[in-house]
Write a new protein. Structure first.
Length: 542
């Protein structure tokens, strides 16, 4: 058993002891909400506690605690964010989930393999089905995906693939066109014909390179097409993008509409597609709603009190943060002149009321998917697929804004830096250095929770934002990551193996502190870790 596994076992008792007091708090919150469903303080604490269990259960050998906490959080969080009282049925379900969560904590923990993960919803890793009768291709795809923590299932023909899909629908698929018992096109069509068939991201690979083959791939429902011999790094990047799409949190839609009946119609239609919807009827509140809600798309009425939608769209486009934010105009003005004004104001679509619900939902879904894909290309580092420096700072500013609105929130900035990285490059070469960077980025991406933020801050420097964790929990997480990374070997391009370490500094955001002092506190903690001998984690203020 490795040292980090022993450490986790030692810490499990402390985790269970602390969990008991948190469970009692949650029971008390449910009692308060049963008496007064509008008790916002009780709802806030309850959601935070469920959130904490969602992020920590699997780490200590209780994967079902993670799943139960995530389900309860997703049940109650929308109510908290909208400032609404939960329904009686939702409170009853939360009570059942809390009881199940307590029973799971009272039972035996699962083995060390369960302790190594630290993810939020969903608890399991992403899963990709590779369908190809060429063992070399299957082996290469499997190696690339598995080193990123992705579970790979394999099928050599169409029938095996259908049986695997019937057993469990994967998050993604890599499919060859030419299969021994049929075509990959037919397989993709069969998947897309399922009720849940839109969910997986599907990549087709083939020796066929003609234009009609590419068209057929699009027609059957594939998301991407790669020619053989395959550019493996490009394939990996695209699969990761598709998996991010399938595992992403529900998209947010901001509807700017002052007519109550129309606002309710839009909310009902868009929410039916799994989107989170917020409505604003006061144009003066738009900027605040944009900052607080961070929508993935804006539905904009044109006729509004005191201003028109065209001017509001121009106002949005003046802020570079929203330069690529899709804006869909939804108005009774259907003539060509109105459509031209929509384009000039920065709109992406112009839908005329009364709008067909299917058209509205399809437009919203298509625009959001396209915007997310482009944002992923712009905001992700090419080597690691982590957020770029600029994109990370944007997330940090958003976390700062949330802290100012709710001083009780906890958020930590973590700086992570590889130790003696210049020595690695000098001794093994820059390709080996890149492999070390990729290995660390892969570990961070797999082990932190889905709702946390990870970015490549500089050459060999990374940054994380950890929300709703206590300082001891954040310190435990980074220590666990540090020990796991130090224990892993990285293979170089010439067949040699090396081990590397990192140092980290953690700084929690205090109320009233701005971005630069917060960042400096994390940097200073990292400097202390380096000065103290490297391969260690320092908590600012400790």
């Amino acid at each position: 058993m490795s040292s980090w596994e022993e450490t986790v076992r030692e810490l499990r008792g402390q985790y269970l002891a602390e969990a008991e007091s948190k469970l009692e708090e949650m029971v008390a919150c449910l009692v308060r909400l049963a008496e007064d469903a509008g008790d916002r303080e009780a709802l806030e604490l309850l959601v935070r506690r469920f959130h904490g269990f969602a992020g920590s259960g699997t780490s200590y050998g209780f994967p079902h605690v993670t799943a139960l906490g995530a389900e309860a959080e997703s049940l109650l969080r929308p109510r908290r964010e909208r400032g609404e009282a939960p329904a009686a049925s939702e409170l009853a379900r939360a009570q059942d989930l809390l009881a199940d969560l307590r029973r799971n904590l009272e039972g035996p923990a699962e083995g060390p393999s369960a302790e190594t993960a630290d993810t939020r919803q969903p608890a399991r890793p992403s899963e990709v089905l590779v369908v190809d009768d060429d063992p070399a291709v299957v082996a290469m795809v499997a190696r690339l995906l598995e080193q990123e923590g992705i579970v790979v299932r394999k099928a050599a023909d169409r029938q095996q693939a259908l049986e695997a899909i019937a057993e469990r629908l994967p998050d993604g698929m890599v499919v060859d066109i030419i299969l021994p018992d049929g075509s990959g096109y037919e397989l993709v069509e069969a998947v897309r014909a399922r009720a849940d068939g839109d969910a997986p991201g599907i990549v087709i690979v083939s020796v066929r390179t003609g234009f009609l083959d590419r068209v057929e791939a699009i027609h059957c429902g594939a998301d991407a097409f790669f020619e053989k011999p395959v550019d493996w790094e490009a394939l990996l990047r695209r699969v990761q993008m598709l998996l991010e799409r399938t595992r992403a949190e529900p998209a947010r839609v901001l509807s700017v509409e002052d007519d109550a009946a129309q606002a309710q119609f839009v909310r009902s239609v868009v929410a039916s597609g799994g989107f989170e919807v917020r409505t604003t009827s006061d144009p003066k509140a738009l900027e605040a709603d944009l900052a607080a809600f961070r929508p993935d798309l804006v539905l904009m009425d044109i006729v509004l009190p005191g201003v028109d939608g065209y001017d509001l769209a121009r106002l949005i486009r003046q802020d570079e943060r929203y330069a690529a934010l899709p804006i869909v105009f939804l108005t009774t003005e259907g003539e060509v002149g109105a459509q031209i004004r929509s384009v000039r104001a920065g709109g992406d679509e112009h839908l005329t009321k009364p709008v067909d619900p299917a058209l509205l939902l399809s437009t919203v879904a298509a625009r959001i998917e396209r915007a997310r894909f482009l944002k992923s290309l712009l905001n992700r580092d090419g080597l690691t697929r982590l957020l770029t420096h600029t994109a990370f700072l944007e997330r940090a500013r958003a976390a700062l804004s949330r802290k100012r609105r709710d001083p009780s929130r906890r958020v930590a900035w973590v700086m992570v830096d590889l130790d003696n990285f210049k020595v690695v490059n000098d001794l093994y070469g820059h390709p080996a250095g890149d492999r070390v960077i990729v290995a660390l980025s892969s570990l961070l991406r797999r082990r932190v929770r889905q709702g946390d933020t990870v970015g490549r801050y500089g050459g060999e420097e990374f940054a994380l934002l950890l929300e709703d964790l206590d300082p001891p929990d954040a310190l435990r997480l980074l220590e666990r990551l540090r020990e796991e990374f130090a224990a892993n070997e990285v293979a170089t391009t010439d067949g040699r193996h090396l081990r590397a370490t990192f140092s980290a500094g953690i700084a929690f955001l205090d109320a009233g502190v701005d971005l630069d002092p917060w960042r400096k506190a994390a940097d200073d903690a990292l400097y202390r870790a380096k000065a103290g001998g490297r391969n260690r984690v320092v908590l600012s203020g400790a």
